[in-house]
Design a protein around this ligand. Structure first.
Ligand code: URA
Length: 251
């Protein structure tokens, strides 16, 4: 946590309003720092040392938030969009002041695990191509997915732009029979995250993904209790595992 910061910034980040609203709060003597009424909303404070109160209530400041979202189809993994609803539109107002963004992207028609945070450093590390954070997807695929596809994915397949994928693990839960109108049901674990990668890997072996959902990212597993569109904060244990993963998964 930052050693010192402006009082108005701290209060704005904790949800007490805009800087001008906070200025008014301070002006009417509603804010105290270490039991002294604050006079200047721009004064420097130490968030982890100073006792800050608003209208007699202690201020619980925290710099970062970490949320797990079960992304539904039809919303985009962006912070703003002129046409579509974004994943941020699914969060409660209590998160509005945190400047949260999605860690990576899921396609508009992909569901499942999306991490949202305002911790740029953690996000950067998790997304770094050097870290090889594994991501597991559940997919329904038109066509009969078989052992030959698993072997091709284990070796690496060539995508439409010539890129050869890193070895990926394909687990066939149900090899569908297209003649009977059945889809194949699979899980695929990737160590990288190229644009539309799952869809393009199946395209490379002549098959089409018709439903895609992310189940996990590194140690973080989608909570089965979260319905699509719902989110919750990570537990302390989940966050600790994630921090460890982004530290050590180099190479
Ligand atoms: N691969 C895809 O094709 N789409 C996603 O949303 C994620 C991985």
């Amino acid at each position: 946590m930052k050693a010192t910061m402006r009082l108005d910034k701290l209060l704005a980040h904790t949800g007490y309003g805009t800087r001008s609203e906070i200025k008014l709060l301070v002006k009417r003597g509603a804010v105290s720092v270490n039991d002294k009424t604050a006079k200047d909303s721009g004064m420097q404070v130490q968030p982890d040392r100073d006792r800050i109160m608003v209208e007699g209530e202690p201020v619980a400041y925290r710099q970062f938030v970490y949320l797990m979202l079960n992304k539904p189809q039809g919303v985009v993994s962006a912070t703003e969009d002129t046409r579509d609803r974004t994943v941020l539109d699914l969060l409660g107002d209590e998160y509005a002041h945190f400047e949260i963004f999605p860690v990576g992207r899921l396609d508009k028609d992909t569901e499942g695990l999306l991490l949202l945070t305002n911790d740029g450093k953690l996000a950067h590390n998790l997304l770094s191509p050097r870290k090889h954070v594994p991501k597991t997807y559940y997919a329904e695929v038109d066509g009969a997915v078989g052992a030959d596809d698993a072997e091709a994915f284990a070796r690496g397949v060539t995508l439409d732009d010539g890129y050869v994928t890193m070895p990926a693990r394909l687990n066939i839960l149900h090899g569908g029979n297209p003649d009977q109108g059945q889809r194949s049901i699979i899980e695929l674990t990737l160590m990288e995250g190229k644009f539309h990668q799952v869809k393009r890997m199946f395209q490379a072996v002549g098959k089409k993904v018709v439903f895609l959902k992310r189940l996990s990212m590194g140690p973080l597993v989608l909570d089965p209790a979260l319905r699509t569109g719902q989110s919750r904060e990570l537990t302390a244990a989940e966050l600790e595992q994630l921090v460890q993963a982004q530290r050590w998964q180099e190479g």
